[in-house]
Ligand binder design. Structure first.
Ligand code: I3P
Length: 109
């Protein structure tokens, strides 16, 4: 599965609140491959190799949990992703259907 997602980092490893200055929303082209959610910052190019930055931004979804961010009302179609190391991301999908599809795909693996 792949598509555009807008990401906000809410908590760093161990659940520590991400400091101000690092909490802004950023658009990525996301690709779910196996247990890894790759987030490409640059415009998506299917054939290009992963950059160092891509590797840094990749998120392991092993033992992670995705759920609709029912308590977050500033933007629509936002879901939480809580990882095994207790990081928390918010991701905004382009529409409700895409949001649900990402949640389902992340939680099924
Ligand atoms: C953050 C940015 C986010 C905002 C966040 C700010 O600033 O403005 O959009 O979240 O608020 O800290 P920065 O880019 O300097 O990190 P919202 O869009 O959800 O308001 P927060 O600290 O209350 O999460």
């Amino acid at each position: 599965k792949s598509g555009f997602l807008v990401r906000k980092v809410h908590a760093d490893p161990d659940g520590k609140r991400t400091p101000r200055g690092k909490r802004g929303w950023k658009t990525f082209y996301a690709m779910l491959k196996g247990l890894v959610l790759y987030l490409q910052k640059d415009e998506y190019r299917a054939e290009r190799e992963l950059t160092e930055e891509d590797v840094k931004n990749a998120v392991s979804i092993h033992h992670s949990l995705a759920m609709r961010a029912a308590d977050y009302s500033k933007r629509p179609n936002v879901f939480y992703l809580r990882t095994a190391d207790w990081r928390v991301f918010l991701f905004q999908a382009p529409n409700a259907e895409q949001m649900q599809s990402w949640i389902t795909r992340i939680n099924v693996v």
